[in-house]
Design a protein around this ligand. Structure first.
Ligand code: KQY
Length: 380
């Protein structure tokens, strides 16, 4: 594996859309006792259901710590590859590489990771194991990696259409805990150079009470070029109402990199989800302090879905809107099977959902030349 210091866009590489064909998907087996209740017992069941569903249409690699390898191997079907790797927590979207491709080869971006805000407002310390995962995964996949560790970015804070447009939020990318020394224009330029995009659409804020400083992947996602879903509520008394309305105004007045108007599909939110005292009891303290307080609102949203080659896997919260969300997404993804994941609440308690724990590895138009030799040999 080469560690590259050039710019991906200058090298002819760009980030494809999640709805393009994948080679596979990376996840990390949950273990952190202050993130996942009861030693991650319930979270592991939810992860296993999700991983099994994804593995029906693409390769899946699951990273597990030495002490969790047996648990992962036992819980997961044989077609899933389990590899030993250290991690601080289990958010593959944010700590695995963002992959770029030139159509023949894939390369990984190794962004800096500081646990969503470092010493300013980060969510745990230390985060050094997580920060090393992207490079290790590129090594495992035998793909070259771009060293972008001096720029703090999580995969959950960006979405692309694969046609030159990137969606993000000001709340996250302009936050004090990320790259406070950079101007908005400098951040834009870094995103364009690194991801091969031409236009950034900035929404102001993400989902209410999202501890990631408003990741885009919980509020708005591309479903096709020039088409997005937006998390939505009609309840004017909910602080989310104003946020969603503000996003809609921006999206309706924007065009994408190709000059197209953006079609916005409203995806209703579930009723606000609050953590119970019993759930909090199952979480260990962090440095003597609880990580969640009974009654705290969790950042539940159906937008946090994963698009695999054959399916779209959507969180479910035991809410009346569960079915509606699946129906709306099924219309938008007619060639895929839209599946609701019943135990998503056990993932949500950790602070994110399905999209946050997955990272797709794109395929290339010329898969015979795909430079993932170690995985390729597994196929044959
Ligand atoms: O949503 C995500 N991408 C990550 C959430 C991290 C929460 C840590 N408790």
């Amino acid at each position: 594996m080469r560690i590259l210091h050039t710019e991906p866009s200058a090298d002819g590489f760009s980030m494809p859309a999640e709805f393009s064909e994948h080679y596979g998907c990376i996840l990390i087996w949950p273990h952190r006792r202050d993130s996942w209740q009861n030693g991650a017992y319930a979270a592991r069941k939810a992860f296993a259901e999700l991983i099994t569903a994804i593995s029906e249409s693409e390769k899946v690699i699951v990273c597990a710590r030495y002490e969790d390898y047996d648990s992962a191997r036992k819980a997961l079907p044989p077609q899933v590859r389990v590899v030993e790797m250290s991690s601080d927590d289990s958010w593959a979207r944010d700590v695995a590489p963002t992959f770029v491709t030139n159509g023949k080869e894939i390369r990984g971006i190794d962004w800096g990771f500081n646990a969503w805000g470092g010493l300013h407002d980060g969510l745990y310390f230390p985060w050094d194991k997580d920060n090393k995962m992207a490079r290790k995964l590129c090594d495992l996949l035998d793909c070259d990696t771009y060293d972008k560790r001096d720029f703090i970015l999580e995969g959950g804070s960006i979405h692309t259409d694969g046609e030159g447009t990137l969606l993000t939020t000001e709340e996250c990318l302009l936050s004090k805990g990320r790259n406070p020394e950079m101007s908005k224009a400098e951040i834009e330029q870094t995103l364009c150079n690194t991801l091969g995009v031409k236009k950034i659409i900035w929404l102001k804020r993400g989902i209410y009470h999202d501890e990631t400083n408003g990741h885009i992947d919980n509020i708005c996602a591309f479903t096709a070029p020039a088409e997005v879903v937006l998390a939505w509520t009609d309840d004017k008394n909910d602080p989310q109402y104003e946020i969603s309305q503000e996003c809609l105004d921006i999206l309706e007045n924007e065009t994408d990199a190709k000059g197209r108007k953006i079609k916005v599909h409203k995806l209703p939110l579930p009723e606000p989800v609050h953590i119970t005292a019993e759930e909090c009891d199952g979480l260990d303290d962090m440095d003597g302090e609880p990580t969640r307080i009974p009654g705290e609102r969790l950042a539940a949203s159906y937008v946090n879905f994963y698009i695999s080659n054959g399916a779209v896997i959507v969180p479910q919260f035991g809410d009346k809107n569960d079915k509606t969300a699946v129906e709306i997404l099924q219309k938008l993804f007619p060639t895929r099977n839209v599946i609701g994941l019943p135990h998503s609440r056990d993932i949500l308690i950790g602070g994110g959902n399905i999209h946050c724990i997955t990272q797709q590895i794109p395929s290339t138009t010329c898969s015979g030349n795909l430079r993932i030799r170690s995985l390729h040999s597994l196929q044959n």
